[in-house]
Design a protein around this ligand. Structure first.
Ligand code: PFF
Length: 457
């Protein structure tokens, strides 16, 4: 299996990679508008609770499948007993299809980031860069399908080349090791944003939970985002788990990745909301939020053009890293299933297919402006249906794969670390959450989403 034994020479590089894949546009771009759409504090609380229970439990189970089988989901699902094999293989294909669709959609949003990056670079060649930047509206971009398609294709091409060269062979480690610098930049910007007058209102909005703001769709939105931001349900963490050293304690890894990702999401809302609140009375609660407010804020502060350039460069690198994770999942699954297919053929064929899929989200605001699927525009369909509906179903499929491919004794052995007494106590809680809480809550979320959609129509 080519490149499967990718070397995480030390634990730190695995963390960088896993965190690098988890932290991406989901944290900085998607989370703020989802929190805005669902009314703030109460949703934030619900989200954090679900991330630390359902998200963490699922993350450990995915890491375990990868570690135990050494395979990605498609190949692992073929070892399941005959009775369930067809269902599990089918669900694994479903996951893989979602991964490909997500990558196409993710490439379009990464293209938006590339657009702003080039705008900040171009502005340096103008006498009045701030004036130049003030003319950049996200709406112009949204209406230009060809521009979005072109930018998404460039992003996808760069991702494919890196994946083609082989996962774990340097590039994504380099990108991952740059990302802590992004963290520092975000904290500097956070200080600037929290010193705005609107901060008091924002803190009240985010930390005084008003449960009456939750609606029928909130649970579904929270579960969907937990899965998306922690890269669960795609099979990515299973593939990553297969790369890990045998002596790593998986629950500890899962906990650290979940905590860091959740902390970054909270920092993201603290960064974006003060700016959004002070720039308009009407809070944008759709995908344009980050792109509506960040460029304006950046170009208005001292040295902001440079800050803006670095911010969008890092944001794009984070998006690139996450895209590599998504693409690697697809390539690993295909090459493991079909061992006669080379890595380059698998990557090129899937790259072309994904590029064709980007047509739908990219032209959503232009050619497909009048197309509506279940009452949603093309890009809204990609976002909401893929993440809130399909992804949770795929995650349930992975839970089934987990219970069918690892027996109780092995699960216990993989979970418990003798030098950590808490792991003995946690073991039964974790299994209970995975076996009962995850399916019940996911099904409940899907039902309430349907009720919400029905009431809205
Ligand atoms: N977790 C990423 C984000 O929050 O942006 C998205 C993602 C990356 C999902 C990689 C899946 C994946 F394999």
């Amino acid at each position: 299996m080519p490149n499967r034994k990718s070397s995480f020479k030390n634990r730190f590089s695995f963390y960088l990679l896993a965190i690098g894949s988890a932290c991406g546009l989901g944290n900085l771009w998607r989370f703020p508008y989802i929190v805005g759409e669902n009314g703030g504090g109460a949703f934030l609380l619900l989200y954090v609770f679900l991330a630390l229970t359902i998200g963490l439990s699922l993350m450990i189970s995915e890491l375990m499948i990868g570690r135990y089988t050494g395979l990605s989901i498609l190949a692992a699902s073929r070892n399941v007993t005959a009775k369930y094999k067809k269902t599990i293989v089918g669900l694994s294909w479903f996951s893989l299809t979602i991964t490909a669709m997500t990558l196409s959609y993710y490439s379009v949003i990464s293209g938006w980031v590339l657009h702003y990056l080039t705008q900040f670079v171009t502005s340096l060649f103008y006498d009045e860069p701030v004036k130049y930047l003030s003319n950049t509206s996200v709406n112009v971009l949204l209406q230009s399908g060809w521009l979005q398609f072109l930018l998404a294709s460039v992003h996808l091409l760069i991702t494919s080349i890196i994946v083609l060269k082989g996962f774990g062979e340097g590039m994504e480690k380099k990108i991952s090791s740059l990302l802590p610098l992004f963290g520092i930049l975000v904290i500097i910007l956070l200080i600037g944003s929290l010193s705005l007058d609107s901060t008091k209102d924002v803190l009240r909005f985010l930390f005084y939970p008003d449960f009456s703001k939750l609606n029928w769709s909130s649970l579904g939105h929270a579960i969907g985002h937990v899965l998306f931001t922690l890269s669960l349900g795609f099979g990515t963490i299973v593939t990553f788990g297969g790369y890990l050293d045998k002596d790593e304690h998986l629950p500890t890894i899962g906990l650290r990745v979940t905590l860091v990702d959740t902390a970054i999401s909270i920092i993201a809302v603290l960064l974006v909301f003060p700016i959004a609140f002070s720039s308009s009375k009407q809070l944008a609660t759709d995908p344009s939020l980050l792109f509506d407010v960040m460029p304006m804020f950046l170009s208005s502060i001292k040295g902001g053009v440079l800050f803006g350039l670095i911010f969008f460069l890092f944001l794009w690198l984070a998006a690139l890293n996450a895209s590599i994770g998504l693409f690697e999942t697809i390539t690993a699954n295909i090459t493991e299933k079909n061992q006669s297919m080379s890595r380059s053929v698998a990557t090129s064929l899937s790259g072309i297919l994904i590029m064709l899929m980007t047509v739908f989200p990219a032209f959503s605001g232009s050619i497909f402006k009048n197309v509506s699927i279940m009452g949603r525009s093309m890009i809204e369909f990609f976002d909401a249906t893929l993440i809130n509906v399909f992804l949770p179903i795929a995650a349930l499929g992975i839970v089934m794969l987990f219970f069918l491919s690892i027996n109780k004794q092995t699960r216990k052995k993989l979970f418990i670390n003798d030098s950590m007494p808490t792991s003995i106590a946690m073991y039964s809680h974790w299994e209970f959450v995975l076996k009962w809480v995850v399916p019940v809550v996911v099904i409940l979320a899907l039902v309430t989403l349907m009720i919400g959609a029905f009431l809205r129509s």
